[in-house]
Write a protein that binds this ligand. Structure first.
Ligand SMILES: [Zn+2]
Length: 393
């Protein structure tokens, strides 16, 4: 019996070099290297401080009143405080963050406005009001960091524990978003920067408005259905936002394997932050953002031919083939009928390297796993990094 099992396993690994490789990439480069308990400390700490900041701002009557006036002129119904006002979104909450939980995205809902779909549309056209609100908001965070520093520190409930989290600096503001930096200190005094992105929003809970938003926005029927199950959406900057639906799909609808594939692809394409360096060059052609990879991944999930398979290879190659189909951003698929992200036509600068990556993985799929060696066979750097290096030359 035992012998047969060993032979079976040998047969499996020998035939699947790409499976062994992808499994290794995931474990070495994507999975968190810290204990679950430490992840929970960081998550609770960040959420506690973020909620404290939100409360300080939203409990301030003068501030609340001055913000409310700005919104009230757009809506005939009541503008009231949202009962829940902090929502975790982005890769951490999607369960797709790689390596370390060092980036948290939140939506801060200032108000719930009773209004019609038309009123919301009109509001969006003139939504620069968010920018002024964000100015006020950023100003308050700055004040808080100077005046009430205790509000911005989180320590472990066990007094023997050395772990702590604290506010470090205000980074920048961009439209409705405010970026803050925190420091996490581990038991062994290892320090790690943690970035927090706050986006001010309106919370839409009205069913009629939500139905209209879904009809106007969603391309995929499945995505529309998930949005209706979530039951709410946001109004951010000049757009309706269904980011909560994205969290739900990535976290609970996508299969475990698909979530892994998405994380592996993010790493192989963009490494740990290589794409940020590429973006910072401000070039007109564009790399692949996590968001673009995610979009293709969601489409793949709903069209997957091998759902439930234990192998990663066939799916990752399918997704890569899909990604390789597009030469510029205007051809690129979107989850939304109107998507400001893909409106401007920009060439995709990593297409050639992406095709090479696909060919490399495909060649691995044909090779026997018995000759596999991670250090020798691994792709040494992300394709973003490779492209950056060619620009330097
Ligand atoms: Zn699949």
């Amino acid at each position: 019996m035992g012998n047969r099992f060993v032979k079976e396993r040998q047969k499996m690994t020998e035939g699947n070099k790409v499976e062994l490789y992808l499994k290794d990439v995931f474990e070495r480069e994507c999975a968190y290297k810290i204990e679950q308990e430490e992840v929970e400390f960081i998550q609770t700490g960040i959420e506690t401080i973020v909620q404290r900041i939100a409360d300080k701002i939203l409990d301030n009557n003068t501030l609340q009143g001055s913000m409310k006036v700005k919104f009230e002129k757009y809506f005939t119904g009541i503008v009231k405080r949202s009962p829940k006002n902090v929502f975790g979104v982005g890769s951490f909450y999607e369960g797709t963050r790689n390596n370390f939980p060092d980036e948290f995205d939140f939506i801060l809902t200032l108000f719930c406005c009773e209004g019609t779909f038309e009123e919301y549309k009109q509001f969006l056209l003139e939504a620069s009001v968010f920018n002024t609100v964000s100015d006020t908001f950023s100003q308050k965070v700055k004040e808080l960091s100077e005046v009430d520093t205790n509000a911005l520190i989180y320590t472990a409930s066990d007094p023997k524990s050395q772990r702590k989290l604290y506010f470090s600096e205000y980074l920048r503001q961009h439209g409705p978003a405010t970026w803050l930096r925190f420091i996490y200190e581990s038991e062994s005094n290892r320090k790690k920067e943690i970035d927090v992105d706050y986006v001010a929003a309106l919370h839409i809970t009205n069913r009629d408005v939500l139905n209209r938003v879904v009809n106007e926005l969603c391309v995929l029927t499945e995505f529309a259905q998930e949005t209706l199950s979530v039951g709410t959406c946001f109004c951010i900057g000049a757009n309706f936002s269904l980011t909560q639906t994205e969290v739900r799909i990535m976290r609970t609808i996508l299969s475990e394997n698909h979530r892994k594939i998405y994380r592996i692809l993010k790493y192989l394409i963009n490494g740990h932050g290589d794409v940020d360096k590429l973006n910072n060059l401000g070039r007109f052609d564009k790399p692949y953002s996590s968001y673009m990879i995610k979009t293709v991944m969601i489409y793949h999930h709903y069209n997957c031919k091998t759902l439930g398979s234990v192998n990663l290879g066939p799916c990752i190659l399918d997704v890569l083939d899909d990604l390789c189909r597009y030469e510029n951003t205007s051809e690129f698929p979107s989850l939304y009928k109107v998507d400001y992200r893909t409106k401007i036509r920009c060439d995709l600068c990593l297409l050639t390297s992406l095709r090479s990556l696909t060919d490399y993985l495909r060649s691995m799929e044909r090779l026997s796993g018995s000759s596999y060696d991670y250090e020798r066979d691994k792709i040494k750097e992300s394709i973003s990094k490779k492209y950056l290096d060619t620009l330097d030359k």
